[in-house]
Write a protein that binds this ligand. Structure first.
Ligand code: GLA
Length: 332
């Protein structure tokens, strides 16, 4: 009996130690930063800004590309084995939510999400995990407003214009972004019937290209096109597909979301392409601020705000430098 009580107490004590990794003053702070698509410039920028926070605060940043559920799970175990105290994650699949939360808890790691918010079994956001994302619907509206303004400026008759809506419905932030763009276009008088959904199988340029090609083939009646999607890569895919069919800068208006190298490289080309603009969002806030929030949580026990939604600004090749400056991105 005595022995059983002793074991129970020992297990309880171990549990306390295990679940409460408040770093001691001497503990070196180590923070993981897991991203779903390490090859995408947006995520490289997030890492770059997270490194700036690491240098400034003096913690070790462990950057991990985690494109699948298995990679996420083994990365979390690995971080725990390395004595990290927490991590920031953009998950490859929001439905992994409950599994990731359980794994982090079992490993005694603090976690916050960035970009893509985890959902529970019922598809509802997991509100207990602090999150920083973009104000997706409003940013989508900025895209739609920008497209409508440019259509009007060019004097196109809206009935002759098709809209390639590159969708990725399983990701809530993608759904909100493209719905915002569609709603803004329709509110500006764009015929809803001219909005052609182009579902992409994965969120990269190649898959967007394939999706847009189908939309273009099925709708040979339009004289001009516009395109939007969840990010710059989606719109670049649509722009490249349209180019292949002869719709170049004067007959195609694509507006992306992001503002990292995919978009910047397009603006640096000697002549304009159908990639007309991008709503620049902030990898600085999503990388530097999230990891600083995690650092403060680990070192001071101060949890990050439950939900932070960041804003964006529309930029075209004419004002991109100015907009980047205004968003505090110019020097980088
Ligand atoms: C999602 C997209 C990324 C980027 C981020 C911004 O994760 O897949 O391309 O737009 O959102 O929060």
């Amino acid at each position: 009996m005595k022995r059983r009580i002793f074991l129970t107490l020992a297990a309880a004590a171990a549990g306390v130690l295990f679940n409460a990794p408040v770093a001691q003053a001497a503990d070196p702070v180590k923070i993981g930063f897991l991203v779903k698509q390490p090859e995408e410039p947006w995520f490289q920028d997030e890492w770059k800004f997270a490194e700036i926070a690491a240098k400034e605060k003096g913690f070790t940043l462990v950057k991990i590309g985690a494109p699948s559920g298995e990679k996420v799970m083994s990365a979390i175990d690995n971080l725990s084995a390395q004595k990290a105290q927490g991590f920031v994650i953009c998950t490859p699949d929001v439905k992994l939510g409950p599994g990731i939360v359980a794994k982090a808890k079992a490993d005694g790691l603090k976690m916050m999400t960035v970009d893509d918010r985890l959902v529970d079994g019922a598809g509802k956001p997991i509100a207990s995990v602090p999150h920083m994302g973009i104000s997706a619907y409003n940013i989508g509206k900025q895209v739609g407003d920008g497209l409508a303004a440019e259509i009007k400026k060019r004097g196109w008759d809206m009935k002759d214009v098709g809209a390639i809506d590159v969708t990725y419905e399983q990701l809530p932030t993608a759904h909100d972004r493209t719905s915002g763009a569609t709603d803004a276009l329709v509110a500006a008088g764009f015929p809803k019937a001219n909005v052609i959904a182009a579902p992409q199988a994965k969120t990269d340029t190649e898959n967007a290209f394939n999706a847009a090609n189908i939309a273009l083939t099925k709708n040979p009646n339009f004289k001009h096109w516009v395109a939007y999607g969840l990010n710059d890569e989606a719109v670049l895919g649509a722009v490249r597909a349209a180019e292949g069919r002869g719709f170049k800068a004067d007959n195609m208006i694509g507006i992306g979301i992001g503002g990292s190298d995919s978009a910047l490289n397009e603006f640096k080309k000697p002549s304009p392409t159908g990639f007309y603009g991008t709503v620049i969002i902030s990898p600085k806030r999503h990388g530097e601020e999230t990891s600083t929030l995690m650092y403060d949580w680990i070192t001071q026990g101060k949890a990050p705000p439950p939900l932070t939604l960041t804003t964006g600004m529309l930029a075209t090749r004419d004002n991109v430098a100015d907009v980047r400056q205004k968003m505090g991105l110019a020097a980088n």
